[in-house]
Design a protein around this ligand. Structure first.
Ligand code: ADP
Length: 345
């Protein structure tokens, strides 16, 4: 048995399109002869210039759907692609709803908010057959009319968001040197958000390192893993409409950019607010609240950010706060103002 290469959700969707004839090209896959999905289920093996597709658990095939419509007795079913129209009165009594969600995990906001919108149409008394289709919403691989046709329907209309839906969730992501004031300001911001009635989760840097990231050190690789884990959890929270406040040092720009992409992919554009706590090194060192700078200067802590390890200051922060000579309340207010400026759903 050859080792199986693991495919991303987007690659599995490409295999499904190939298999279902929705864009016929053989997809580009990682090197290897056999492929599995994110859960380890075998999906396909290479066969000549093409692929032999074993099983694609997530997607119902167009033939299966067409059979189901026949069983239901729906002839010439009206198909609607994407989210339902703002006014469900535009829809007939029976609708084949095709939701293009290639690359989006099954529990993503794109899937759950789309499905919820169609549940709203059912509540108006209409019958809805909802089908998730492995087509990319922003760059469809075939015309919507053709897609409807493949699944046994006739295109009535479409409403496709070019980008992930904004869920109402937000990630407030603090970055800055040790002692800059991230935890202190984040703590005050959390209090103010709770008072205002938000559902808030605090993922503080030091605390996360005791739980979620226990065992990780301070090499670049471990720091990156720590920040990616925080970002992943924060994205899950924001996806469901919650607010996550994160306060790691997060010294590397590339990883911060990945976290921004992950969060905005789950919770929509404007859901990631980067706060640079830009207190100068000299001020952080003068505070030396935990005695860490003194130790780092004595060489007792290797790879200490700002002393013997890099800090890449962001150029994409939504707000920059230098705490020097300011009180915590004033800093927290600056952060909340940035939060209010962020695009709302
Ligand atoms: P970090 O989380 O960035 O490592 P901390 O919040 O743990 O930093 O520590 C910041 C220190 O700076 C605290 O001792 C805090 O009292 C002090 N400080 C002074 N002024 C401010 C301010 N305006 N905002 C936040 N912290 C401040």
């Amino acid at each position: 048995m050859p080792a199986r290469a693991r495919l991303t959700d987007a690659q599995v969707a490409a295999v499904a399109r190939y298999h279902f004839g929705l864009g016929a090209a053989v997809p580009e896959l990682p090197p290897g002869e056999a492929f599995e999905d994110a859960q380890g289920v075998p999906v396909a093996v290479r066969e000549g210039d093409g692929l032999a597709v074993a099983e694609i658990p997530r997607w119902r095939s167009p033939a299966t759907v067409a059979r189901r419509l026949a069983d239901l007795g729906w002839t010439a079913a009206a198909a609607w692609v994407g989210r339902p129209p703002a006014d469900p009165a535009e829809l007939p009594d029976r609708v084949l709803a095709l939701l293009p969600v290639a690359g989006a995990p099954a529990d993503s906001a794109a899937v759950s908010s789309g499905a919820a919108a169609w549940a709203g149409v059912r509540a108006t008394g209409r019958e809805v057959e909802l089908v998730l289709v492995p087509v990319t919403a922003a760059h469809p691989e075939l015309p919507w009319g053709e897609l409807a046709d493949r699944y046994g329907g006739t295109l009535l209309g479409e409403r496709v968001d070019p980008e992930p839906a904004r869920t109402g969730g937000t990630v407030l992501f603090f970055t800055g040197l040790s002692g800059a004031g991230k935890s202190t300001i984040a703590g005050r911001v959390v209090e103010l958000l709770l008072e205002a009635g938000s559902a808030v989760t605090l993922l503080d840097g030091d605390e996360v390192r005791h739980h979620l990231s226990a065992g990780l050190g301070f090499s670049q690789q471990d720091r990156d893993t720590n920040v990616r884990r925080i970002g992943w959890v924060a994205a899950q929270i924001a996806k469901h409409g919650g607010t996550a406040v994160c306060a790691p040092i997060a010294p590397y720009a590339a990883v911060r950019a990945d976290v921004r992409r992950e969060v905005e992919g789950q919770a929509g554009r404007g859901s990631f607010v980067l706060v640079h706590v830009a207190t100068p090194l000299a001020e952080c060192e003068a505070r030396d609240r935990k005695g860490l700078y003194a130790k780092a200067r004595r060489g007792e802590i290797p790879a200490f950010t700002g002393i013997s390890d890099p800090y890449e200051a962001p150029t994409d922060a939504e707000v920059t706060v230098d705490t020097t000579g300011k009180d915590v309340e004033a800093c927290a207010r600056l952060v909340l103002e940035a939060l209010e400026r962020a695009p709302r759903p």
